[in-house]
Structures are given as structure tokens and as C-alpha cells.
Design a protein around this ligand. Structure first.
Ligand SMILES: Cc1cc2nc3c(=O)[nH]c(=O)nc-3n(C[C@H](O)[C@H](O)[C@H](O)COP(=O)(O)OP(=O)(O)OC[C@H]3O[C@@H](n4cnc5c(N)ncnc54)[C@H](O)[C@@H]3O)c2cc1C
Length: 423
């Protein structure tokens, strides 16, 4: 007897940016989604996030209200030499003209709130997802399609999605083994400064006052005095851009990390003195910005190596759990968002529960090669000197990453599956 097709019951593990995006994409197809999140959201990470055109295309397609993101449009990249010498180059690509979508810069909390609205809003398309905070998933039975929480409670679903980030619990149940995410020897100092704090210093006008607005990159391809022994910190770049309607300035100072990354925390506070010491040889106009920094953290960044699979029965991974990358291309969230849009397109309302596993494998084959390319490039363009800045130099690479329309690609694959003879 044929099973009646009904909306799927979906569990999403993790209410980060990508978990909410997956919930938003699936509820729009009429599915019933429950999101389980370990934290209580009391402290949300304050930082900026780049939204290149492929990412903004997906956000708009999911119904995102762009003004709610308080975006600043990225109209150019300006590279400067650390010592203030000549060597400034500016790439003023018109992203909107080239790709039909702008490159935006936003505050993560604004983006998280908007994705949360898209998932939970009772007035949105499809049944609103339900969010359960303080629910840590500790295990998953892929045969029974269940998750177990710390409390011992078990929940069953038709489909389970692991969107639980780079240190995923779900990954080991999908793979059937634990894997170590290797150190990348890359870290970044991260902080936000109110744009008003820059007002008294005319030497900082180039950050948010001098048009065109966009990301500023200040690179030092020379060893730092902090280097010890045979290894050298031979590359430091400070990336600066405005967000939240131009009222905040986001700073990420990426550098080689000589610490034993497995034996230090992934995220730890640092003092302004440590920061200034690290960039001791930067020109005074750049160091001025550093003297305005507070609440600074050092973040380790790692790349999830290519996984054997992202799918086991009716359980799958997406976002950082499957393929975290370095922020070199500003594509970490974008790749997870594309995963979410692809899953939504491949699992329309009419999907039979018996078809889920095959659809998840289609999702994996649509996504894996592209995402692993981005993750590999994010690492190599940070670590291989000849490849640094390639993303900005190569229009071919930019086209490959930013012109892509994942919804269109997923819908084409689905239509080929449903109509293999192309009638
Ligand atoms: C310094 C830095 C700069 C970046 N800049 C950019 C950028 O400019 N553009 C861009 O696109 N990307 C950027 N990224 C990458 C981007 O931040 C990530 O790719 C993205 O946030 C991943 O989202 P996620 O939802 O997959 O994972 P996460 O944000 O890690 O969310 C996972 C969620 O799952 C929850 N969770 C974990 N375990 C469990 C469990 N067992 N049970 C229940 N819940 C659980 C967590 O509490 C968390 O809320 C940057 C990353 C870094 C480190």
C-alpha cells in the first residue's frame, strides 16, 4: 500500500545562522520543523559578516528583508601596505551590476535575528518552526532517526539536520567515527568599535568617511618581532569594514598562529597591549585604530577536511558542521546558506518519506565539490604566498563563487530526477 504523502517532520540541531536558514527553507515547503539549540542565546557574538552576492541572492530568495540587516554596501576593496608606504590598490568591482546582487556587510546579530524571523514568524510562508533553547543533543540514532538530549529525552523525526557548527556532535553519528579538525595555524583578533569613536581622528577618515565605502585590508608580508625559533609569523592582515548602517566598524586581524592550537582555547580575550605589540611595526595611522579597540578576542579558525560523506540514512550535515572554512573568501556562512537553500529546493512539500535518503544524497553530490573548492581556496589563499589576494585578482574565481545560483541548480537537478527523459 502506498504511504500518504504529508509534510515532513524535521529536526534541526543548532540554531546558528545556518540552522535558522535551513528551518526557513523547509517551512516554506510546508514541512514542520523543530530546532534544538544548546545555548540560551544570552550572549550573542558581536562581529561583522561579509555577505557576497551569492549569499545575498539566497537571503533575498528566502524572503529576507534586506533593510532589517542594516547593511553597508561593499563598493570596493582597498589594500594598503602596513608601513603606510605607497602600494594602495583598490578593486571597485560593481558587484550588483556584475552579479545582479550587492555585496553587503552586516552585523551578525542583525543577520541572526532576521534568519530567526524567517524561521519562526507566524505570518511567514508555511508552518512556523518551533525553537527549543537549552536543549543539547548528545547522540543520534541514524537507523531510528532519533536524537537524544542531555536530559535523556528522545525525539524522532522523518529527517534530522545537523547544523551544529564546526565542533559538531552530529558529525560523528553521520560518519560513524570521530574526526579531529586539524589546527590551521591561523587566528584572528576580532572586535567592533563604534564609528563615532573615530570622529576625533582625521587620520582615520579613510575607514568610513572616504568614498567609496568598502573593506580595507592592511597587510604586512614581513616577519613580526614576535616570531621565535624556526617558524615565523610572516603574514598579518587587518581587515576593516563598516556595518550596522555605518555606525559600527568591524575589525578582524588575521595572522599566523604559532601557538599549539590544540592546547589553547578556540576563543579567548586579549588585551589592547597584546594587540598593539602584535602590530608594533604598523604605521601610526593604523595603530591609532588599534588604540580604540576594547573587548578584543583571539579566535582560532580551522577548516573541516573533506568528509567521506555528509549523509547517513535520513540524517545529514550542513554548514560549518560539514565544511567550515577560513574567512579568507568571506564565504563560510554563504556556503552553509546555499546548503539550506539546496535542501529546501530538493525536498518540496510532496516529498515521500521513502525518498528522503536519495534526496539527501543528491544534496550531497550537488554541494560537496563546490564547498570543498571554497574551503581549500580559503586555506591556500591564506597560507600560500603566491595565492594571497587571488580572489580579488581573479575575475574567473569571483564569477565561479558569486555568480552561482544554488536554487536554480537544485531545481534543475530535481526536475531531471523527476523527468529523466526530459519530456
Ligand atoms: C573570524 C571569522 C570571520 C568570519 N567571517 C565570515 C564572513 O565574513 N562571511 C561568511 O560568510 N562567513 C564568515 N565566517 C564563517 C561563519 O561565521 C560560519 O560559517 C557560520 O557562522 C557557520 O554557521 P553554522 O550555523 O553552521 O554554525 P554555528 O554558527 O557554529 O552554529 C551552530 C549552532 O549549533 C549549536 N550547537 C552546537 N552543538 C549543539 C548540540 N550538541 N545540540 C544543540 N545545539 C548545538 C551552537 O550553540 C550554535 O548555536 C567567519 C568565521 C570566523 C571564525
Amino acid at each position: 500500500m502506498q504511504e500518504t504523502v504529508r509534510p515532513l517532520n524535521v529536526i534541526v540541531v543548532g540554531a546558528g545562522l545556518v540552522g535558522f536558514a535551513a528551518a526557513a527553507a523547509l517551512r516554506r515547503q510546508g514541512h514542520r520543523v523543530e530546532i534544538y539549540e544548546t545555548s540560551s542565546f544570552k550572549t550573542e557574538l558581536g562581529a561583522g559578516l561579509a555577505i557576497p552576492p551569492n549569499t545575498s541572492r539566497c537571503l533575498v530568495g528566502l524572503g529576507c528583508r534586506v533593510p532589517s540587516l542594516n547593511p553597508v554596501e561593499n563598493l570596493c576593496f582597498t589594500s594598503m601596505a602596513y608601513d603606510g608606504s605607497a602600494g594602495m590598490t583598490s578593486d571597485s568591482t560593481n558587484y550588483e551590476e556584475s552579479y545582479g546582487m550587492p555585496w553587503l556587510m552586516v552585523h551578525r546579530v542583525d543577520l541572526h535575528n532576521e534568519l530567526k524571523r524567517l524561521a519562526l514568524d507566524p505570518h511567514g510562508d508555511g508552518p512556523p518552526a518551533s525553537l527549543y533553547l537549552n536543549h543539547r543533543v548528545v547522540s543520534c540514532d541514524v537507523d531510528a532517526c532519533t536524537v537524544t538530549f542531555e536530559s535523556g529525552v528522545v525525539r524522532q523525526a522523518d529527517l534530522i539536520i545537523g547544523a551544529d557548527g564546526i565542533r559538531s556532535t552530529m558529525r560523528s553519528f553521520v560518519l560513524g567515527e570521530d574526526i579531529h579538525i586539524p589546527p590551521s595555524h591561523t587566528a584572528g583578533f576580532r572586535w567592533l568599535t563604534n564609528a563615532s569613536a573615530l570622529e576625533p581622528y582625521s587620520e582615520l577618515d579613510w575607514i568610513v568617511k572616504t568614498p567609496p565605502l568598502g573593506a580595507r585590508l592592511i597587510s604586512a608580508p614581513v616577519p613580526s618581532k614576535l616570531s621565535e625559533g624556526p617558524r615565523k609569523i610572516d603574514h598579518r592582515t587587518i581587515v576593516i569594514y563598516a556595518c550596522r548602517g555605518g555606525t559600527m566598524v568591524n575589525v578582524l586581524a588575521v595572522h599566523e598562529d604559532l601557538r599549539d592550537q590544540d592546547s589553547v582555547p578556540w576563543n579567548a580575550p586579549v588585551t589592547q597591549e597584546e594587540l598593539l605589540d602584535f602590530f608594533h611595526d604598523y604605521h601610526p595611522r593604523f595603530k591609532r585604530l588599534l588604540t580604540l579597540a576594547d573587548d578584543i578576542h583571539i579566535w582560532q579558525m580551522r577548516v573541516v577536511p573533506p568528509l567521506r560523506t555528509w549523509v547517513n540514512k535520513r540524517v545529514c550535515l550542513l554548514g560549518d558542521a560539514a565544511h567550515a572554512s577560513l574567512p579568507t573568501l568571506g564565504q563560510g556562512f554563504g556556503m552553509g546558506l546555499e546548503d539550506a537553500v539546496a535542501l529546501g529546493a530538493l525536498l518540496p512539500k510532496s516529498t515521500d518519506i521513502n525518498a528522503i535518503e536519495a534526496r539527501l544524497l543528491t544534496y550531497e553530490s550537488l554541494r560537496k565539490e563546490r564547498v570543498e573548492f571554497v574551503a581549500r581556496e580559503s586555506f591556500e589563499q591564506q597560507h600560500v604566498p603566491a595565492k594571497r589576494g587571488l580572489y580579488l585578482r581573479s575575475s574567473e574565481m569571483r564569477d565561479k563563487v558569486m555568480a552561482y545560483d544554488v536554487k536554480e541548480a537544485a531545481e534543475r537537478v530535481l526536475s531531471e530526477l523527476e523527468n529523466p527523459r526530459g519530456d
